[in-house]
Design a protein around this ligand. Sequence first.
Ligand code: GCV
Length: 662
Amino acid sequence: MQSEKWTQLWLDYHKMYDGKDSWIIAVTGFDKENTIIANALKEFTKGIEALTGETVLGTSEVMNALTFTVSQNVTLSKESYRIEGSHDGILLEASDENGVIYGVFAILRQIACGKKALEVEEAKAPSNPLRMMNHWDNMDGSIERGYSGDSFFFEDEEIVINDRTTDYARFMASIGINAVVINNVNVKGAASYLITDRYFDKVKELSDIFEGYGIKLYMSLNFASPIEIGGLDTCDPLDKEVIAWWQGKMKEVYEHLPNFGGFLVKADSEGRPGPFTYGRTQADGANMLGDVIKPYGGIIIWRCFVYNCTQDWRDTKTDRARAGYDYFKDLDGAYHDNVVLQIKNGPMDFQIREPVSPLLGGLQHTNQMLEVQIAQEYTGHQIDLCYLIPLYKEVLDFHTHCCRGKDTVADVVSGRTMGNALGGMAAVINTGDDENWTGNDLAAANTYGFGRLSFDTELTSEEIAREWIALTFNLPEKETTLLCNMLLGSRETYEKYTSPLGIGWMVTPMGHYGPSVDGYEYSRWGTYHRADHLGIGVDRTDKGTGYAQQYYEENAKMYNDPAACPEELILFFHHLPYTYMLKTGKTLIQHIYDSHFEGEKEAEDLSADWDKLKNVIPAQAFDRVRKRFDLQLDNAKEWRDQVNSYFYRKSGIPDEKNRTIY
Ligand code: GCV
């Protein structure tokens, strides 16, 4: 059963001051009946009343009232807004309805962060055309890699729609999200029927709710649909009957869902069907779907998470990290203009630290989108605190060297590098039907942060953390700084007590929580650390798998040379002896010991810091997080001890500081 109560996350407005005014609303250029405009005005009213105690009287003429003027300004770019407070009230200008709703939330955010209503001021255009959440929700109600309860979209193969759905859409709009994929990329069973009569009515209802907040609904697609629901014996993308089947299907989809955004496709990946079965390329598959959806203005988002998942650990040449680039680079320029390639931030799979995928910017003539994971699959299951915005920032700021100037990942995916209109950022979301949506209340900082960052990639991790704290908890300055610092350091803490220096994995197979140093070392997934009694790390240089050579020259050289390679990634690129001297003057093995002891100690500090916030955080939220810190401490100890013992035993080299190693 779905929880009947749920929190308001960062839209739980706190009274910021006692305002003395009342407000009227004036709308020019926009249709007040438009649902996005109506919802935006509702949000303004609700927010202003809660934040200032002032009443919004609607449009009736009232003497001496302040005016909230919403005005269309077609010179502004798509989805952008300008807000400006003055002694008369607030002016919000936007070119379209989405700009209006984002402008309203910007006003409320600024007030919640300490400005008076009449002081608000900002002009913003979104950094990315697509700002998308990917749900890995299954139709039975479970969520793949979900750590916050069950799905609030699906239960027992039915679509669930209630007030929570609307709140979800409000939250997403408030952080600038304009696209949501409702179902898991692993499309199986009932999910294959989402594009049939069985579900059209409910999907339409959901899509209408989203549309009211400027969000387009997308779905994940089963590439084998022509076989599974169409009765054909092939899904070869070049087969005439298959193409005709898809043409009919798209027509049907858009007859029922006129505002539908398009499809996300995981093909030829981890057992999912795809064009390779028929000797076709990824471009053949993506373009066929792109062509059949094009008449309706839809798009196809095609994932690049394609790799050989039946590897043998003895084979040191096959390298999973190479796979994305090897499969997709040669086809650069072959993808049609309504196809976007969605690329995970790193070449492996959402580890705590990976280099940036060389495909990002490696492709120079193809629409591309960055995929990150807010759901903490490998980063602590929303038990351990792990604020991921610094990781996303690192990726966005990375210079790919794909061209002179405008060569960062942020430039590439926004469309600035190539001048293309399609691209952006997608995240595997961390929500579920838990009362607080994200299991750990502090994990909502990642949900919030991803949206804000995808809208404005210039924001810093700290600005985002401070905003989220102000909106969610409205703490005094000292406590804000404390919590902010907890968030900002948490990713490195997690990295220290798990798998530092870019080695990744070492995690319990399947579940992906807790240590198992050799858990994936001999399996088929291509996730090896290659530790023996002399050293550890994967040789991805020109003498090894050659992965480092997939980058443009500047980066290739840097990664190829252990002396130039950023040390936080050194074991991703190099196999090194335990006695290798790091720049800190420590040997590799000593770094492994120190990092794990330090990480565990930092987890203890985080937990103790949380206790200092007891009096300022609402009791329920405090307790939920408290329990998680206890579990995080157990986890950190377990990681510390398992990893240290393993490497002590392997290397035979004792800890210089003589600490307890089991
Ligand atoms: C949805 C990893 C996860 C899978 C996930 C896959 C993907 O392998 O463990 O659960 O499947 O990534 O991104 O498709």
